[in-house]
Design a protein around this ligand. Sequence first.
Ligand code: ADP
Ligand code: MG
Length: 225
Amino acid sequence: MRATVVELRGVSKTFRGGALITALSDVSLTVAEGERVAVVGKSGSGKSTLLAIAGSLERPSEGAVIIDGRVLRELSDRAMSRLRGRRIGFVFQSFNLLQRLTALENVAEALMYGGVRCPERIDRARDLLDDFGLGGRIDHFPHQLSGGEQQRVAIARALANQPALLIADEPTGDLDPESGATVVDALLAAGESTAVLVATHSPEVASQFDRRVRLEDGRQVPISG
Ligand code: ADP
Ligand code: MG
């Protein structure tokens, strides 16, 4: 059996604005090493909240989050950011590349945080971008790239340090279907030991994943069809 990378145990999340908003209600989920899981559901159903909690960016109001066998609430902030930095990669809808850095530099910078030395990080960044079909774009700045290309750079960056978990929140949300397809291919090309957890409201995207988790008003519901 493959090791569990992330487990959510009875996780709930409430936000207190004027009224109390329940974004997630008693959600339990495990993602195994290398597994590709899609979280689906309408806008406002809790997908982003679930991903932020699974990625240790937010704390649950109730329940436990276990990453790599470590219960997050027992970790110091420092230990948690170290775990996040080393073990989790993130991709967002709006690409989030550093605008003043080229594609190559965006990926090389991630490798620097991963402790890779200078000459080697340039070579590795180039190889990674090549793998994602961006070999001819390495010296382009984000504004010189299409949305699909920017997102593939973002995926290359998120995967640079071979994380145990890649979290992608609506990675194709701002893209036309054709560019979206290249981005899904890039996500699914993550190494065998990297689990991928994606949020999407596209059935087409979700269908390409090993497993689907559906949310409705913050609750997990059975997948129909
Ligand atoms: P989705 O990603 O599926 O669109 P979200 O997880 O973003 O859903 O949001 C789920 C619910 O929680 C929504 O009702 C949203 O308005 C609410 N919510 C999310 N984040 C916050 C926040 N920081 N403060 C208050 N309410 C929030
Ligand atoms: Mg969302």
